[in-house]
Design a binder for this molecule. Structure first.
Ligand code: FAD
Length: 438
């Protein structure tokens, strides 16, 4: 293959770094792209798109490489990687930040913290801003400040013809609407974002742990508590065979947080390692981020919960976990929604499931390739049980086995998304297994 025309840093199977650079965060993904082009600027991106068109090579777009199903790579494609475009420019007069598409959460949080700002992001430091915001983006500031995408003001993108375009509420407004929740990889290669940011000093970071005895009570309490919980608090929780965790941010003092969480603090089995601390925003981010280890092999997905799950439902979910393979590898996870997320109407952005109370996650990880089937079968079994109890799937927790994925990810917004796709990528050059078709 003649690579003439590609600019930036091009990695092919002949480079020794290829063996590492072809990998995704999920080590279960095992694809062999034709080449990876690391772009330094929008011109490199444009050249890559034009090269793919004239050489009839499929495109995949990558930033943090954290897509659960590996949709940012594939075999025999050109991966356009935006990692090296990672500048972060803060405008303190207007309380906005311009972030190039390749930045990871860790550097965004750190840079903004130096100027006293919080960023409405997710919890894992190595996740790329691009995949996160384009799929909506949930996090521990969500109930207070909305989704990551609710704080997005503008994007710049290289389109299907290789041209730089801007999208915001006034210009290319339907494309902007689509980019707020449709998930990455569908309409073009985003090269930069403008977000609003918030001056924040200290917040309360919550890290509670219990042994396994209270899992029933915990789940029931989670559901009733969330119905009326203060919007300044957001929590991600979960349990496996061995115990329960609850991580959260509260935009207020420690004593207020303790009062808000008092029913949780009374649950039996609370471990001594639990803590509630009033700290700087960046320390809170780092405390939660420190739980993420190096890449591993995993299968995971997540569904939107609208209804209250019954005692039997909860009992069954705990049974699934107790009968799962491995010691502590399989989790049911709970991600709070509501608050500011719910205040935006479902048709204001492509992110559809605004009225869901929380997301239920099903996750399993393993070390040896030979164990993959065992764990994937467990996720599949629990997924079959959870699906009829829930209303749709979160596109940033994608599941390759999901049928009718367009409706499941986007609900009633799917038809409009197909129209935007037809308008901006009629030849469908930006595609992957679960992309939006024109
Ligand atoms: C450990 C871990 C923790 C997570 N925590 C959270 C969380 O707290 N909140 C949450 O909401 N989600 C979370 N996620 C899910 C995460 O939001 C998605 O996996 C997200 O898509 C990752 O983005 P990425 O850029 O790292 O991944 P990539 O795999 O690089 O990209 C994801 C998708 O976006 C596309 N894309 C990438 N860059 C661009 C670009 N420049 N222009 C256009 N399309 C692009 C890709 O083609 C792909 O389809 C987590 C995932 C993991 C693995």
């Amino acid at each position: 293959m003649n690579l003439h025309g590609l600019t930036g840093k091009v990695i092919t199977p002949f480079n020794k770094e290829y063996a590492i650079l072809r990998l995704e965060y999920n080590l279960d993904i095992n694809k062999f792209p034709l080449a990876i082009v690391y772009c330094y600027d929008p011109t490199d991106v444009s050249n890559a798109i034009k090269w793919c068109r004239s050489n009839h090579v499929e495109i995949r777009i990558r930033t943090g490489g954290h897509n659960y199903e590996g949709y940012s790579t594939d075999t025999a494609v050109l991966v356009i990687d935006t990692t090296y475009m990672n500048k972060i420019d803060i405008d303190t007069k207007r309380n906005i930040v311009k972030i190039q598409a390749g930045a990871r959460l860790e550097s965004i949080y750190s840079k903004l913290a130096q100027k006293g700002y919080a960023f409405v992001g997710g919890t894992c430091p190595s996740v790329g801003i691009s995949g996160l915001v384009l799929g909506g983006g949930i996090g521990l500031s969500g109930r207070n400040f909305g989704l990551v995408t609710d704080n997005l003001l503008e994007i710049q993108m290289i389109n299907d013809k290789g041209n730089l375009i801007t999208a915001n509420k006034c210009t290319n407004s339907e494309l902007f609407w689509a980019c707020m929740g449709a998930g990455g990889g569908n309409f073009g290669v985003v090269v930069s974002y403008i977000f609003k940011v918030y001056k924040v000093d200290k917040i309360t970071v919550i890290q509670l742990r219990w042994n396994e005895v209270s899992r029933n009570k915990f789940f029931e309490l989670w559901q009733s508590w969330l119905r009326t919980a203060d919007r300044r608090i957001s929590c991600f929780a979960g349990f496996n065979k061995e115990g329960i965790y609850l991580n959260g941010f509260f935009y207020g003092t420690k004593s207020e947080a303790e009062e808000i969480l008092k029913s949780f603090l009374l649950l039996p089995g609370l471990l001594k390692s639990s803590s509630i601390k009033y700290v700087s925003f960046i320390d809170a981010v780092r405390a939660i981020g420190s739980f993420y280890g190096p890449p591993d092999r995993f299968k995971a997905t997540g569904r939107f919960v609208y209804r209250t799950l019954s005692e039997i439902n909860i009992k069954n979910l705990i049974e699934y976990v107790d009968n799962s393979p491995g010691k502590d590898n399989c989790y049911i996870r709970l991600y709070s929604l509501g608050g500011a997320i719910k205040e935006v109407s479902s048709n204001c952005s492509a992110y559809y499931y605004r009225n869901a109370k929380y997301i239920i996650g099903i996750t399993a990880d393993w070390e040896k390739d030979d164990d993959a089937k065992l764990y994937k079968d467990w996720v599949s079994e629990v997924f079959q049980y959870v699906k009829p109890l829930t209303n749709g799937s979160y596109v940033n927790f994608p599941y390759a086995e999901l049928e009718n994925y367009g409706y499941e990810y986007y609900g009633k917004n799917y038809q409009k998304l197909k129209k935007v796709k037809t308008l901006y990528d009629p030849d469908n050059i930006f595609k992957f297994q679960q992309s939006i078709k024109p």
